[in-house]
Every structure is written in structure tokens, then in C-alpha cells.
Design a protein around this ligand. Sequence first.
Ligand SMILES: Cc1ncc(COP(=O)(O)O)c(C=O)c1O
Length: 402
Amino acid sequence: MIPTREGSDVHERVTAPLERELDALRADGLYRWLRQIEGAQGPRMRVDGRDTIVLAGSDYLGLASHPRLKEAARRAIDRYGCSASAARLVSGNHDLYPQLENRLARFKQTEAALVFSTGYQANLGVISALMDSQDIAFSDELNHASIIDGCRLSGAQVKVFPHNDLAALESLLQREASARRKLIVVDGLYSMDGDLAPLADIVGLAERYGCMTMVDDSHGTGVLGEAGRGTAEATGVLGRIDIETGSLAKALGGFGAYVVGSRTLIEYLINRARSFIFSCAMPPAVLATVLEALAVAEEEPERRQRLWDNTRYLRAGLREAGFHLNQSATHIIPLMVGENRLTMRFCQELLEHGVFAQGIRYPSVPRGTERIRLTLTASHSKEDLDLALTVLGEAGRALALI
Ligand SMILES: Cc1ncc(COP(=O)(O)O)c(C=O)c1O
């Protein structure tokens, strides 16, 4: 929008009310802005004009700049062009889709898969397709925003249970016996806390109380479990989750999202999920990239090993420095601060000394649990981690957080 003059009609109707809201966000320490990055995704990047070690992305296996993925994208562009041009039900199903969906279904050991254009759309589309006002969703309080929004959009009754609290979940299930459909929906690996959902117990409860299970495994896919199949594999319930979704823009270094489950579920979603039906298909190059990422993740299991080695190393260093790591058990490590402004001061202090780690505030996390969120990749070197530990320790001490 063009700048508007104070006192003008547009200013009074549109600009001034928005400015007042932005001022309120600033006053609460909740204002957000975009940081400028330069260069390819990797463990070191320029951020806001500074050379930094990056502990902020989700490129967990270091695949986003892998030569094989880049080559696959280039080949696909040469062969197919840059755009899918319309939704799949309108302009046709590109031959890379069945290839990718069959591969994803094999990887997750389910009957079928469906690719959506983003993880946000997948969660929104699946929940709103399956549930309506006759139904009840049982949702963990720390679920990702896209699950919360999917529940809201569906019109279902939503029963939020305290994080990973199985006793609370069970007492809700006992109380809510009658509904057309019941869905227990959780993240597999919690994106801001780094802990896992107790999926074996959740599947047990779902079976006992006649519910469907849905797991968003955006952060576990490619990383957790013997073969990187995700949280279900790591917790021994591979093949027992009714619906699993996940972003392909994290460990798999691409873009888009999957839904896996039964053939009937996928057929149903093609007919009912509005964020699938009414949105353009992904560009072919992205499909080719993710197909290659799945091959590389399988052929280079040492990437998962390096991620775990880095995780153990950084966690030990952080503990030694005096940080409390909460319930995190993985490569996602929250450093709790508990206040907006102090969180962003911590973030800025780190950036000025060469570490990019994002400050996380409400509504990404509940108020009072503001934090710096550290994420690791297989591409970080020991030197990167040592430097990061020095900077984190100094900033933590300077702000009296340790
Ligand atoms: C747990 C979780 N679910 C869903 C999403 C959304 O995925 P996408 O970025 O592909 O829309 C994200 C992150 O972005 C996430 O962290």
C-alpha cells in the first residue's frame, strides 16, 4: 500500500488502526520483523549483515544445499518448467506425484500418501475435512498453530489437554463418550520444546476409546528412529497411527508436506480437503528435490548419526555452562527465558557475537515460556559448536540467565 498522509481518509480508515495495533505489539515486546539472510542454507550464513553460526533453521540433515538435491531440481526445471500451473484436480496429476507419494508411503510403511503444498495446509485440510460440529478433537496444548487452526476451521469441539498428560487425556476421553468422530491429535516431536509425544500410550488410549489418531511429524521425519522414519518408528508404533502429516521443508530439505494413511483416507482427502482441492500443485522441481532427498537420507545414514553426535555435544556443553534444557531430548533445544524483551535481548546479543538463534514468543509458545530455540544440523562442525557454546555462555552470563 502507498504511504498515507495523516488526516487523509485512507489513513484514518486503514493505516492508523493498524499502526495502533503494531504500537501495542511493540509495547508488549511482541513485535516481529524479518531478518535478512544472504547465501545458501547452511550452518554458517550472513544474517542482518553479520557472519553467523546458524542454530535457527530446520535443515536437520543438511540436505537443503546438497549437490544431488540441487541437481535434481535443475534437471526437473529443464524437463518440466517452473510451475504446475493449477491445482492437481484441475490441470492434471504430474507423473512425479505418484512417484513421490509411493515413495513416501513406503518410507512411512502405510498404504498411501498425498502431498500437499505446505504443512500448514496439510493440517488445515485434513482436520477440517474429517471433523465437523458433531465431532470432538482432543488436542495437546503445545500442538503446532496449524493443528489449532485446523481444529478451529473444522468447527469440532476441541478439548485441549495439558502437554503429554496421559491421565488428563484419559479423563477427557472418559467424559466425552458420545460423538460422531473422535480424534486425538498431537505433534510427534514438539517443534519448540524438542520432546516426543508418548505415541505408544496415545495409540493405546485411542484404541480403547474408539478414537482416530493424528500425528504431525514435521520435526521427527528423517531424523528419529532406526531408519529415520520418524517419531512413530522411534516409539514403536510405525503403521499404527491412523493419520500422519509432516512438512517436507525440514529434514528433507525441500518444500511441501505429506499425509500418510490408508488408501481410503487419501481418496477421502482428495475429495474433501479444501486446502488440497483449491490450491495450486507444487512446482515439479520441488517434487524432484524431495524424491532425491528421500534417496540421499536412505543412502547416507551417517547424516543422522552426525546430527545425534552434534546434539549430544551441544547439550553436554550447554549443561556444563549452566543452562537448564527442560524436557528436550533431541536436536531442538529451548533455552528458557520467560520474558519477551529479555528473550529478544538475548537473541540480539547472540547475533552481535556471531550466533543466529531465534527468540520465540507468544503465540508461538505460551506466555511466560519465552525462549531462545536452538536447532542443530548434521552439517555443523565441532568448531561451529565450540564457538556457539562460547557465545551462548557469555551472553547467558551477561544477562544473568545462568
Ligand atoms: C510442527 C509443525 N507442523 C507444521 C508446520 C508447517 O509446515 P510448513 O512450513 O510446511 O507449512 C511446521 C512448521 O513450519 C511445524 O513446525
